[in-house]
Design a protein around this ligand. Structure first.
Ligand SMILES: [Zn+2]
Length: 252
């Protein structure tokens, strides 16, 4: 039996541990850097996997995210892997694409991810405000898009989460799940970033512990510059080797 209240508590607990409050939308990718000894790898994994979590005996851990999926889905996948990292005893988790599918531990990780990205109290408050504008007191498709944009969740994750909400028009759930919302979101003035994968050249990247470790080894003269560059190239970071600047800031 899956204990929703427990998962909700765990999600809020982890948000706090990572320096976030209980309600605001989070920049989940930057939170990885607040977890010691965690390396994040973006890698396109085809159509069936969303991500994986590997816990090493030494305490070093790796989370890999399928970067060929939409940004909204990648954000959800990362929150899902946080659950494996923190609350699952298995040393290796390989996770499927379909939300709410598979073994109990997968369903739990999905629910945790939903509560982590979309805190319950804030969702209730925002949904009530939006639904109040309609005669039937239910959320429209545009409202659902507003909510997923606010929390940075994929459309699927948002609709699945709202299924049980009193503000959801239950008869339209399937319809909403099947709706392709990218164009609609753009017409409402949003960027469609959330619904798109990263460009192919950006789908391979490594962040966090591994990169920092390589830097430490070089600084302590434990490896040569050539070895350092090799480590970075293996981790898909030619930008660090060749010094490509992409942030657009110009320093004179
Ligand atoms: Zn999983």
């Amino acid at each position: 039996m899956i204990d929703k209240a427990d998962l909700m508590t765990k999600a809020i607990q982890l948000r706090k541990e990572l320096g976030e409050d209980s309600n605001s939308p989070v920049d989940i990718f930057s939170l990885v850097l607040n977890i010691e000894r965690l390396t994040l790898v973006y890698y396109p994994m085809g159509d069936n996997l969303s991500g994986m979590c590997i816990k090493g005996k030494s305490g070093d851990c790796v989370i890999a995210i399928n970067s060929a999926m939409s940004l909204g889905r990648q954000r959800f996948s990362l929150a899902h892997e946080f659950y494996h990292l923190r609350y699952d005893d298995n040393m290796l988790s390989v996770c499927g694409k379909k939300i709410g599918d598979g073994k109990d531990i997968e369903k739990e990780a999905d629910m945790f991810a939903s509560y982590f990205l979309i805190p319950a109290a804030e969702l209730e408050c925002k949904s009530a405000q939006l639904a109040a504008k309609h005669e039937d007191g239910k959320l429209s498709l545009d409202d659902i898009i507003r909510l997923e944009q606010y929390f940075g969740a994929s459309h699927q994750a948002m609709v699945i989460r709202l299924k049980e909400s009193t503000y959801m028009n239950r008869a339209r759930v399937e319809d909403y799940l099947m709706s392709s919302v990218r164009n609609r979101a753009e017409m409402m003035g949003y960027s469609s970033e959330l619904y798109r994968p990263l460009p192919a050249e950006k789908q391979y990247k490594t962040y966090g512990h591994y990169i920092n470790q390589a830097d430490q080894l070089l600084k302590k003269d434990l490896i040569s510059n050539g070895k350092y560059e090799e480590l970075l190239m293996t981790a898909f970071r030619p930008d660090l080797v060749y010094g490509e600047e992409e942030d657009g800031d110009v320093v004179d």
